[in-house]
Write a protein that binds this ligand. Structure first.
Ligand code: CP
Ligand code: NVA
Length: 309
């Protein structure tokens, strides 16, 4: 039964595609699978701020008939130093699953190892897999989740970038990363993409104009992720990588602009572009709900795995 979602590495390309198709089916009919989580109690344990992830999981679990318990890490005994190992073991006695947003990926791994319930990554410093499921769903709906597109992520290489690289390489789709060399994705992420051996490439391009040239999609995220200090030097180093109307001129006219939100307008993107006609950021936010419902139905419905046996 246990089927953790700690990173997109945990799921095969077939499983990802299955979840995306399921999410589309659920999106078309809001009441489908409305009892699949009946009698299930799923906790949300977040150490960092959240609007979209928290709300979309709360609403999604409710729509699937389950009960959500939103926990405040500080008021649990965790806040007084109880170990994650003991917490994971105790959670497993009462709950059917937990969605965790925290700093270290290792914390999630500990939870998954010592608990017996599915653990879902609601964001760590290293990965944001639920976001990327929703991003893939958004592109799929637009008929753009395919090997022909030029997809460029530009700016700081962070948790969202890592999950995009892993997800795209799993599906065999090329991804271009536009960033200063200093802010390139970590070696192990690039090695993982390479290990997929399906011919897809991660192209790292330091010149922002070349990175977005003829792009079908340009994606960005904040330059200072939660937990990072604002730093003037980094601001200066990334200045040329801002998505603004000048940079957009080099992409295709109908280029789609993506951002996981929240955005810091005036830094990684201008408000003109974020709210402009090419932006699909609200579609991404909306699809958080549908992609996560697809994920939950997959985990708890055991549909696909049972069919495969
Ligand atoms: N994109 C995203 O994860 O948003 P929240 O931080 O609001 O959950
Ligand atoms: N990279 C950002 C994503 C927020 C959803 C952060 O970790 O703060």
């Amino acid at each position: 039964m246990k089927k953790d979602f700690l990173t997109l590495k945990d799921y095969s390309a077939d499983e990802i595609e299955y979840i995306l198709n399921l999410s589309l089916e659920i999106k078309k009919d809001k009441d489908s699978y409305c009892n699949i989580l009946k009698g299930k109690n799923i906790a949300i344990l977040f150490d960092k701020h959240s609007t979209r992830t928290r709300l979309s999981f709360e609403v999604g679990i409710n729509q699937l008939g389950g009960n959500v318990i939103v926990l405040d890490a500080k008021s649990l005994q965790l806040g007084r130093g109880e170990s994650y190992i003991d917490t994971a073991k105790v959670f497993s006695l009462y709950l059917d699953g937990v969605i965790i947003r925290t700093f270290s990926q290792e914390t999630l791994e500990i939870f998954a190892k010592y608990g017996s319930i599915p653990v879902i990554n609601g964001l760590t410093d290293t990965y944001h897999p639920c976001q990327v499921l929703a991003d893939m769903l958004t592109l799929k709906e637009l008929g753009m989740l395919n090997k022909k597109i030029k997809f460029t992520y530009i700016g700081d290489s962070n948790n969202v970038t890592n999950s995009l690289i892993i997800g795209f390489s799993k599906l065999g789709i090329d991804i271009t990363i536009g960033c200063p060399e200093k802010y390139s994705p970590a070696k192990e992420i690039l090695e993982y993409a390479e290990s997929q051996k399906n011919g897809s490439k991660v192209n790292i391009i330091n010149n922002p104009v070349d990175a977005v040239r003829d792009a079908d999609v340009i994606y960005t995220d904040v330059w200072f992720s939660m937990g990072q200090e604002m730093d003037d030097k980094k601001l200066e180093e990334l200045e040329k990588y801002q998505i603004n109307s000048d940079l957009l001129k080099y992409a295709k006219k109908e280029v789609k602009i993506m951002h996981c939100l929240p955005a810091h307008t005036g830094q990684e993107i201008t408000s003109e572009v974020l709210y402009g006609e090419n932006s699909i950021v609200l579609k991404q936010a909306e699809n958080r709900l549908h992609a996560q419902k697809g994920l939950l139905v997959y985990i708890y419905g055991k549909l696909y795995r049972e069919n495969k046996k």
